[in-house]
Design a protein around this ligand. Sequence first.
Ligand SMILES: Nc1nc2c(ncn2[C@@H]2O[C@H](COP(=O)(O)OP(=O)(O)O)[C@@H](O)[C@H]2O)c(=O)[nH]1
Ligand SMILES: [Mg+2]
Length: 450
Amino acid sequence: MAVETAQRDTIVAIATPPGTGAIGIVRMSGERSWEIIQKCVRKSIYDERRILYGNFYDTDGNVVDEILFVGFKAPKSYTGEDMVEVYCHGGVLVTQKILAELIRHGARLAKNGEFTRRAFLNGKIDLIKAESILQIIEAKSEESLRLAIDNLKGKLSEEINRVRNSLINILSKIEVSIDYGDDIEVPRDEIMQDIADVEHFLSDKLAHADKGIHISTGVTLAIIGKPNVGKSTLLNRLLLEDRAIVTDIPGTTRDIIKGEIKIQGIHFVISDTAGIRHTDDFVEKIGIERAIKEASQADVVIFLLDATTGFTKDDQYILNIIKDSNFIPVWNKIDSGNKVIKVSKNNEDILLSASSGVGLRELEAKIVEKAQPLVAEGQLSHITSKRQIEHLKLVNENVVKAMRSLRENYPLDIISIDIRNALSELDKLLGRNFTDDLLENIFANFCVGK
Ligand SMILES: Nc1nc2c(ncn2[C@@H]2O[C@H](COP(=O)(O)OP(=O)(O)O)[C@@H](O)[C@H]2O)c(=O)[nH]1
Ligand SMILES: [Mg+2]
């Protein structure tokens, strides 16, 4: 109900980023948008989807700006509602004044992502496409942009809808056999084959799911090591900016500091962490716990060591934590020490001076080598968010369960329940079945005006 009343409001927002630019765009969506703009320009929109020219007036009759504007009629618009877009001069003040005037005439300021949310609620796009719009805006590499565009064009949605149809088909075969078993019984073999096809598709998708996530959100890279080895210096050097505080006081970095970079076209999210050592300092301990967690979740770990101290007890402690990760041992400060021992099995240790930059090229090459398989071309599942993976896993679990029950000759009623559960998860994935919380979660990440 709340959704319905909110939908009747006419919403407005500045769609262009704040600051000065040649053009600013203000967009409005809802039943009253044409009426409101017509009052402000003192003329009528005589044709939908035609760009018109006019003066935009405030309530005192002063011209705020010369504008171009266009009106869209439901359902042929981004949101599926009546809409108006205003193209004004791109000053901060002009766009703000136009926005204020439209609000004065009865529009309401849009919430984050509310235009796209309406497009979803009005059936213009499913949730996978809504997510892809956010991914297009946030894309940081060519590949992530391409995946997002593919999904906006319906790549993943179409595949998911095909599976949905298969499941509905399977369900109807089961129901027919349950209801009219005496006259029409679909052979269990046939149902089993259908389910096997779905199962095959799902396991294939899930097997390649991580790649899409890595491409869309970046490969995570954690820098880990004992205090004072130069982790923050390395982060700053990789980011080419002074993000983290560097001092010679051990325990300076206490929380996780993140930055994003592209190395050879791959998008990385790097985190600098607190130095790991035994300590009684309460805050430092929390930082260390976070560092360990960050390293355990990272796709690639840089294990930073100090060539002036050599391999110490603290290093052994850290090595035990990360030994099963995808890690690169890196000896820092080789400008002032040579106490280096081989830590990696296949001679992968890198020699570095984070402060001067010597060895940085080699390190970057090694990082790329470790990350390459995670984002390599080839089989792409077009799954681009954790949310999609989670629903798909539950679909898969239910399908596997159905298959098992079928093999073990369970009654068809039981199998029908599994298939129904699988369908319900697919519907959540597409957004055919949603809760307000889910929508809040997805659209909160959008900017106002999208
Ligand atoms: N000689 C030398 N000193 C370095 C190098 N990298 C960092 N340092 C110094 O080591 C100290 C600790 O650096 P920092 O980046 O804060 O280490 P963290 O505690 O691991 O984050 C600072 O005084 C840095 O200037 C390096 O490559 N060579
Ligand atoms: Mg530090």
